[in-house]
Design a protein around this ligand. Structure first.
Ligand SMILES: Nc1ncnc2c1ncn2[C@@H]1O[C@H](COP(=O)(O)OP(=O)(O)OP(=O)(O)O)[C@@H](O)[C@H]1O
Length: 313
């Protein structure tokens, strides 16, 4: 299991990742979403040990990044946003080199390189110098190096970036296969990608984690739209069945509910509570959301409050 606690990182005075915590079980595929600059790459770089944490901690199956970065790095594969490529090396030379860096030797190294080549379907270009490859092929070489040594944790920064539709399908299948034996975190801007392969989604906004939810629950999420002059998120959050309360405009709230909760019961307790607390209730009705509209709501709206704590988002 990957455990990430209070991860924080600034560049100078700018906080790019702000107190982010989550855990991921083996076999899960997590989609890390957020607009440009939300902090996705910074988180991935910290998890992979490429970038130091300012504070917080990361551990994989109990091995802490701070205490034993080398051991943890041996268990992880990382496809960075831009691969540190060696343009004049052939694909075969590069994979051999990458395998050595992971501590693989002899027969184990040979069989792992072979496996990675087969899995990413790059055998036709083994002798080609890397600088002659198309973007899609380079991406596959990047994934091949990431899966060497059968990592327990695979971190993929925009894995289908630059791939054509057929290669994208192939990559998605590959990621699913890998996830049978590993934890996968991938970042992407493409919602279909998340819907196609992820089990769970983490949404970042301005460095903060604003949503951590299973995709299945998310795509079946109903929320209540409440129009009221109430300005206190905690009023909604203390009600049974309420998961988050987002103020999306003056006098407009989106109240997200726990999975499988009776929406009418929650609606009734919201109206009673508002009135009991001397707030006006102008309207209350339910709406259904999918990942894409939820993502847009989160990014276009001002506040996100969860039972775990309310924060400006
Ligand atoms: N080396 C750096 N020095 C200063 N600021 C940086 C540096 N790297 C990233 N940032 C800033 O930190 C913030 C988060 O960047 P990051 O690359 O993690 O975002 P991202 O979510 O991966 O974005 P994208 O989707 O565009 O790749 C951005 O505002 C970015 O400009």
């Amino acid at each position: 299991m990957l455990s990430v606690n209070h991860l924080t990182r600034s560049y100078g005075s700018f906080t790019a990742v702000d107190d982010v915590s989550f855990t991921i079980k083996q076999g899960e595929i997590i989609g890390l979403l957020g607009h440009n600059g939300a902090g996705k790459t910074t988180i991935m770089k910290m998890l992979s040990g490429y970038l130091e944490l300012d504070s917080g901690n990361v551990s994989l199956d109990g091995v802490s990044l701070q205490d034993d970065a080398k051991q943890l790095q041996r268990q992880l594969g990382y496809l960075p946003e831009s691969l540190p490529v060696y343009p004049d090396m052939s694909v075969a030379e590069y994979l051999d080199y990458a395998a050595k860096l992971k501590g693989l030797e002899g027969n184990e190294k040979r069989s792992e390189v072979k496996r990675a080549i087969k899995a990413t379907d790059i055998s036709a270009k083994l002798l080609a110098p890397i600088h002659t490859l198309s973007r899609g092929y380079k991406q596959r070489v990047g994934v091949a190096q990431a899966i060497l040594g059968k990592p327990k944790l695979l971190i993929l920064d925009e894995p289908t970036n630059g791939l054509d539709p057929e290669q994208t399908q192939h990559m998605r299948k590959l990621i699913k296969d890998i996830a049978k034996h590993a934890t996968v975190i991938l970042s992407t801007h493409i919602m279909q990608e998340v819907n196609a392969i992820c089990d769970r989604v983490l949404i970042l906004k301005s460095g903060k984690l604003v949503l951590d939810e299973k995709l299945e629950a998310l795509n079946n999420t109903e929320h209540l739209l409440v129009e009221s002059n109430c300005d206190d998120a905690s009023l909604f959050l203390r009600l049974d069945g309420v998961k988050t309360a987002n103020q999306i405009a003056k006098h407009r709230w989106q109240v997200y509910l726990e999975h499988a909760i009776d929406i009418k019961t929650v609606a009734s307790s919201i109206s009673q509570t508002l009135i009991k607390n001397n707030y006006a209730l102008y309207a209350l009705h339910n709406e259904k959301r999918d990942l894409e509209t939820l993502f847009n709501d989160i990014n276009n709206n001002g506040l996100s409050s969860t039972k775990g704590g309310a924060h400006a988002a």
